[in-house]
Design a protein around this ligand. Sequence first.
Ligand SMILES: [Zn+2]
Length: 382
Amino acid sequence: MARLEWKKFVGQERVKETLKTAFDNDALGHAYLFSGAPGVGTLPAAVELATGLLCDGAEVRPCYECESCRLVRAHAHPDLNTVFPVELSREHRSGTKLSEAGWAYLAERALDKIRNPYVLDELSGLPQIPVEWIRELNHSVLRGASRGRWCVAILDGIETMNAESANAMLKTLEEPPTNTILILCTARPHAVLPTILSRCQILRFGHIKPECMTAALETMLDRSAEDTAIANAVRCAGGSLGKALALVAQPLDEQLGVARALLQLCAEEDWLRVAEGLEALVGGDLNQGRDYGAAERILTYVMYVVREGVVGSREGGQNYFSEVPAVHATAGTTDPEAARRMLDICQEAIGGVRARGNVMLVLTMFLIAMREVIHEQEQQPR
Ligand SMILES: [Zn+2]
C-alpha cells in the first residue's frame, strides 16, 4: 500500500497528519471542505492530495515522476476535474452560453492554478463559477475513473457559486459515485450554503509559521535567507504564503506609504480633507475602486503598521507610527486592546473587499471605525 508524502504543501501539520492517516489507511471521505484564509494552502493541499490519489508510484505518492503525475501537472489527466472562479468578459460568452474562447479561457486558468496553487488571484471584478463548468464536471465524475481507481474533483472558491451552480453541484455531492473524491476549497466558509457544508468533512487551515514560510519562499524563489524582501514579506503576510508571494514582488516602501496615507486620514479632523484624500486614494492607487487586490494589500499593510506600532513601542524602537505624528500621538499607543480593535476593524474591511463590496464605502466605514478607537484613546488619561 503506497503512503502519502507531502512535498509541495507547506506548514499546516495538523491537516497534513489527518489527511495522511486517512490516505495511508484507505479511509478518505467522499467530500472534503478545506477552509482557510487566502494563501494558507487550501488549494495546494487539494492539488497535492489529488496528485497523490492519481499517482502510480509504488511506495510513496505523489512521486511527481510517473505518467499520472505528469498528466496532472499538464492538467490533462482524464480523472482530475477542476473548477475555479473566473472573471468572464464579453468574448467569453455567446448569448447565455460560454463561447469557444470562454472554454479556452477556463482551461488556461485551470492549468495556471494547478501549476501555481499558492499564487493568489488579483481579480478586479466579480468572479464566478459558470454553471456549464459544474455540469461538465458532473458528467465527467459520473463517467467514473478511466485510468486508475480514483476520480478526483477540485472545486476552488466555492463561495462564489451562484444558486444555479451550487444546485448543479449538490447532486454530485449528495450521491457521489464510488471512488470519487470531491475536494472543495473556500476562504469564506460563512458564505457557503449549509446544504454544501453539511455534506463535507471540514478541515480548517490556520496561519503558516513564519519559519515555514521563509523556507518555502527561499525554495520557490530560489533566493537566500539573507534576502530582506523575503523577510519583510513574511512579516507582513500574517501567515499567508500566497500573500507573502505577492508582497515579495511589491516594493515595501511604496506600499507602506499608501498604508500610512490611509492611517493619516484616520487621524485627520477635517472631514473635507478626509473625503478628498480617500477619493485620491481610491481613484488613483485603487484604480477607481476596482482594484480589489490593491485594496486588500493596503489594508494588510495597515495591519502590519498597527502590529509594528505596538511591538515597536514595547521594544522601545522606531516604528512606522513615528512617521505619522498625528497617528502616533493616538494610535501609536502601547495599548494592546486598542491595537486589537484596530486589527479587527482592518479584518472586517478586508472581508468587505473580498466580498467585492464598494471599495469607497468599505474604506469610509473603516475610517469611521478607526477614528472612534483613536478618539477613545485620546480621551484616556495618560
Ligand atoms: Zn506519480
